[in-house]
Write a protein that binds this ligand. Sequence first.
Ligand SMILES: Nc1nc2c(c(=O)[nH]1)N[C@H]1C(S)=C(S)[C@@H](COP(=O)(O)O)O[C@H]1N2
Ligand SMILES: [Mo]
Length: 304
Amino acid sequence: MRFKPDLKWSDVTPKADFLNRRQLIKGAAGALALGGIGGAAHAKGQYAVEGIDEVNSLEDITSYNNFYEFGTGKGDPAQYAHALTTDPWTVKIDGLVDNPGDYDLADILANVDIEERIYRFRCVEAWSMVIPWNGFELRQLLERAGVQSSAKYVAFETLVRPEEMHGQRSPILDWPYREGLRLDEAMNPLTLMATGLYGEDLPNQNGAPLRLVVPWKYGFKSIKSIVRITLTDTQPETSWNMQNPREYGFYSNVNPEVSHPRWSQASERKIGGFFASRQDTLMFNGYGEYVADMYADMDLSAEF
Ligand SMILES: Nc1nc2c(c(=O)[nH]1)N[C@H]1C(S)=C(S)[C@@H](COP(=O)(O)O)O[C@H]1N2
Ligand SMILES: [Mo]
């Protein structure tokens, strides 16, 4: 099943003309293909979100990064991440699955539908961008691995290779970088495994060759350069939560009403553009329509 991206084309500003043209072409082809197998799937895939604004430039997206394996400065990943060898690349899928094993990246990609998704991206540090990703829905890979009925969470790990990732020689975090999702979050159609940006391979500083993108959660949940995916029945340990549980929760859903202990989350600074612009932060980063149901029974200020 193929979905169109979350943006309506009428919302994309002229600055994104290049993207707009490509997407119209692709969208038309997709609509034709779907015509043969039923139009319902097509209509279901409109991930329109509130408050969408300009797509960030490739320059913004690849020069202002968080990737502590290459240093803690925003410019460090762009400067140092070229050292990372991303081919060959293997992802170990283990835990509560019917088909555990070491999956070669090429084999993963041959069995999923790659599409383009334009998502808002909100870092917990209160900056944001709008990013045109390429990738596939995580649920496609999980379905292939055969999730067992006892599984309740998905844990992810980044590569450990201090020879190439010099930041791993410092104990800023307890390596490997680790993240996790509840199984329903992982299976949500919005949850993407990104493989590219602007139609090109993912730059190393953005988490090549394979990184998670969970657009309704703070950016640190979107773990980069993934080498292991483990299905578990208990909530996995996650890097920022282990480092400072008072400041970083397991869920980390974008929420303008729950402040970080050291700053408000009510607004954010949009990266790029001539004027530094602040905008209101949206509940679930604007994706509530697609995700709020998953948290209906939870107190989101207690389970933050
Ligand atoms: N392995 C790893 N993944 C990571 C990080 C990191 O330091 N290491 N930083 C996270 C944070 S805090 C953010 S905001 C995003 C940044 O993604 P970007 O650089 O592609 O914008 O990556 C997340 N994933
Ligand atoms: Mo972040």
